[in-house]
Design a protein around this ligand. Structure first.
Ligand code: ZN
Length: 261
């Protein structure tokens, strides 16, 4: 009986360690890709518990590690870890409460995303194939200030509604996904798509967003799980080689894991 208890406890703790490692890695990767900088943050739920992981607010996004991670409940109370969460914690608590389908939330001050909240008559739309992810729309929350209050977080979650991306007027963006690894992939593609639309605008052309028929065709050919695995393999390998991710975190998938079904 004692053996079972120990084994259950160690399985639970290794699951928490894995979540902390993944959030640390995704934060470093997003910083390396210019999507996070001195601010912005990633949160992810811990499976089977009503809690989530988020970094200590003051920890450098380029150097976060599992020890920089906090476990918080949905009231924003720190349950594990030594430090204060980011001041914009209500972004995460309120979106995670409002969206049971979401496992992971990114808040970033991506310049390109902000630009699309400051151009009259211009809306960010799906342009590139991978942006079919945002076919339901990319709304904008009107509050340009820091989201420090629960009420602001609730309003933000309402603006997000059922969508996967939200712009924040003159401030930044939020992305939501089914896992923290999927969130990394979405963030990379969100930036690519915003870049493509900006390039079309800067060329003086009228952007041609994907049509519904084109989106349907793209989705017919899409295997999201495989694509996430492929990009995770690419980014973790590249970053490990460059010393951005410690090799001992063991994040690079094995060759076996990369075999296609
Ligand atoms: Zn912010």
């Amino acid at each position: 009986m004692a053996v079972t208890t120990v084994s259950r406890a160690s399985t639970a703790s290794s699951a928490v360690d894995q979540v902390k490692r993944d959030v640390s890695a995704v934060t470093r990767l997003l910083e390396a890709e210019g999507i996070l900088d001195y601010s912005g943050h990633v949160s992810t739920r811990i499976p089977g518990r009503d809690v989530f992981v988020i970094q200590i607010g003051s920890a450098s996004r380029a150097e976060v590690e599992p020890a920089s991670m906090l476990v918080c409940d949905y009231d924003g109370k720190v349950l594990e870890g030594d430090g204060a969460p980011p001041v914009e914690l209500p972004i995460h608590t309120e979106i995670l409460k409002a969206r049971p389908d979401v496992q992971s939330v990114l808040h970033s001050h991506m310049e390109l995303a902000i630009a699309f909240t400051m151009m009259e008559g211009v809306k960010l739309v799906p342009m590139r194939a991978r942006a079919s992810r945002w076919k339901s729309g990319i709304p904008t929350d009107p509050d340009p200030s820091h989201i420090k209050l629960k009420e602001q977080g609730q309003a933000l979650a309402k603006s997000l509604g059922p969508h996967h991306a939200l712009l924040m007027r003159a401030h930044g963006l939020c992305l939501v996904a089914e896992s923290v690894r999927a969130l990394l992939v979405d963030a990379v593609h969100f930036k690519e798509n915003a870049t493509a639309q900006m390039q079309a605008l800067q060329a003086g052309a009228k952007p041609m967003p994907l049509t519904d028929a084109e989106i349907a065709q793209i989705e017919k050919m899409e295997i999201r799980d495989w694509h996430i695995k492929k990009l995770w393999n690419y980014y973790t390998r590249k970053a490990t080689k460059r010393g951005i991710l410690p090799g001992e975190w063991n994040l690079v998938p094995s060759n076996e894991m990369m075999e296609r079904d």
